[in-house]
Design a protein around this ligand. Sequence first.
Ligand SMILES: *Cc1c(COP(=O)(O)O)cnc(C)c1O
Length: 462
Amino acid sequence: MQYISTRGTAPVLDFEATMLTGLARDGGLYLPDHVPPMKMSEIASLAGLSYEEQAYLVMRPFIGSAFTDEEFREIIARAYAGFGHPARAPMKQLAPNHFLLELFHGPTLAFKDFAMQLIGQLFQAALKRSGDRVTIVGATSGDTGSAAIEAFRGLENVDVFILYPHGRVSEVQRRQMTTPTESNVHAIAVDGDFDTCQALVKDMFNDFEFRDEVGLAGVNSINWARVLAQVVYYFSAAVTLGAPHRPVSFTVPTGNFGDIFAGYIARSMGLPIEKLVVATNQNDILHRALATGGYVTDGVKPSISPSMDIQVSSNFERALFDAYGRDGAAVAQLMDELKSGGGFQISQGALQYLRETFASGRASEEETAATITRTVGATAEVLCPHSAVGVHVAEANLSATPMVTLATAHPAKFPDAVEAATGTRPALPERMADLFERPERVTRLPNDLSAIESHIRENRTV
Ligand SMILES: *Cc1c(COP(=O)(O)O)cnc(C)c1O
């Protein structure tokens, strides 16, 4: 299996190099050169297996010879051992034909643990073999950073530095980043917003001297290994509901288009997914793009579902690549237009391609809150605001095909919005109930590239 860039000119890489590289050198995103199909009988045989065994069978064709079968099984076992539910991704029923896939039983209570825990183990195994050491640097609005710190804490040959906007993440998110005691994890509170943090990280990657000196590596949502890890739960949910003999639809609360793109890969492998419904909050660039064909950026409006407050949805580039018949030059041109003019028009043919797979909808702030209130009343299920965006949009897209909505975070991660909607403050799961008592460790730094680079140089352990 080889990996190619969506902009067509970066070197072709194998799985391991793709994972360690992250962003392609031509600015594009890596994708497999072909998607390995799964036969009906292979999909059917996943039913009833453990999540780990399903993960092994779904992901194995994508990793080539990077790891032996036994190594890969062990990596998967370690990745999911810390989850607080034996099914890893259990399902609840909300209504006669509507199901909720709970993806928040990982160590930081958001679906990002599924990918990040796996990537931590994959990095560790690859670096052990090569003897290389890396410094992972990432920017976060909350969930990615906590998941990355949790995944890499205590691992050998890796330091992880996470930049978050000072005062702008929830207390649970902050504490998940600042309370781990391992010396290889470093939380940095930056004076600025999420865009400031992201720009600083980008500048570090473009500072080649610094990049080489510290062995900079990225684990943001464009990393192919993260997408791959998320393909698995589409299969696990679908076979539980009768696939491949019965089709299933999914609704996915979306920001960077990573999670829903994993569903697209599952569908491309042969999983009978009828519709993939994009659910956005009031930051609805993806919904507008699918509805009108115009992908036009607009200012970010802070919402009660902050992990989806996104302006430019990076992984959408991967869907565009297929929609344009895998024409890297065409994608590169769209991305140039986006950079210079703030938007682009999707061609008629490409739009038609996208609409065959994707539907879309949005939830306003009021609709999101009302969905939390209504759902707890009807089913006793307490939704986080992101999951509520999904449920609201899914309800407008129900049909004879079973609908699965992805619940992307635990309600206790966003207690203020949930309390406002339900009157009850959601409690943290037992296993992390002492989060508020653990001492915090964080460095506050100004929006200054050289100050942050010096901090990283002086504090990395490897
Ligand atoms: C990251 C995140 C999302 C959005 O996921 P994408 O892959 O960026 O579309 C939705 N909900 C929660 C809770 C998240 O942390």
